[in-house]
Ligand binder design. Structure first.
Ligand SMILES: [Mg+2]
Length: 278
């Protein structure tokens, strides 16, 4: 009987120890740590949040409520130039989390080809509050410019997606895709020649200002946010995106040829331990 108890105790202890081993960190034979699936699993988790958390829905609604408030202010102070809103598309008002799930489940990372196949379908879904906001702005005669880094080749699917949900399109020239550079600064300046840009909406900081262009480091990005802090919630309306973005590229030093292990290791090591008590 005593032996059975000892055996059971040993099994329970073994089971507990096995469960406590972090899935992400394993020792290989050369005694260096390798990390598995941190990024891929992270993309499932961020999509899980995006698709199911009412908090995400509320954050999006909050962003568009503030945008409407700021737009009404701008309309009341309107000058000679016609008013314009410059908005990004992906994860600013269209939800592409389905693509992230598909890729992560296949163990694949983003590629232009798979992304273009996804955008060609034109079935990304509206984020909370966005349809009401853009249709309200259009009803007030405000010009809405969709400034996206989707490529020109993705125009048909993008237009189909906007039409599917009745986002206002006030002319073909109001959908401005990427031709060469990823920076949106020249495109914003072109619009500003004829319009008063009263609001910018985006999920990546490069959607707002050239201060974030040219592969800024994590520190430089934080410093630029500090410089522009008065603009957030005023002229800049930011939507949350935990799944991807410039913040992620900055952590990888804008190197797009890293192996999955290298990316996982960077994430795992950058995650901060508890501050010491002093
Ligand atoms: Mg975006």
């Amino acid at each position: 009987m005593k032996n059975i108890h000892m055996m059971l105790g040993g099994l329970i202890l073994f089971g507990f120890t096995a469960c406590q081993t972090p899935k992400v960190a394993t020792e290989n034979q050369s005694n260096t740590k390798s990390y598995h699936n941190v990024q891929a699993d992270g993309k499932i988790y961020s999509a899980f949040y995006q698709q199911h958390a009412a908090e995400y829905q509320a954050l999006s609604q909050q962003a568009f409520n503030i945008a409407k408030f700021r737009l009404d202010e701008a309309i009341s102070k309107k000058g000679d130039k016609p008013l314009a809103i410059v908005t990004d598309i992906d994860e600013t008002f269209l939800d592409n989390s389905y693509y992230a799930v598909e890729m992560a489940k296949q163990g694949k990372m983003w590629t232009q080809e798979s992304w273009s196949n996804w955008t060609a379908k034109g079935v990304a879904t509206p984020l909370a509050g966005s349809l009401d906001f853009f249709n309200y702005a259009a009803s007030k005669g405000v010009n809405i410019f969709y400034v996206t880094n989707r490529f020109n080749e993705e125009r048909a699917g993008t237009l189909a997606n906007l039409k599917k949900y009745n986002y206002p399109l006030q002319g073909d020239d109001h959908l401005i895709l990427r031709s060469k550079e990823s920076s949106k600064e020249n495109r914003r300046q072109d619009i500003a020649k004829n319009f008063d840009i009263v609001l910018l909406l985006g999920d990546s900081l490069t959607d707002f200002s050239s201060l974030f262009d040219n592969h800024k480091s994590e520190k430089e990005r934080a410093a630029a946010v500090e410089t522009l802090k008065a603009e957030f919630g005023k002229r800049f309306i930011v939507l949350p995106n935990v799944g991807y973005g410039d913040w992620e590229s900055a952590m990888f030093n804008y190197k797009y040829d890293l192996t999955q292990d290298q990316r996982d290791s960077i994430i795992y090591n950058a995650a901060k331990d508890m501050p010491s008590k002093k």
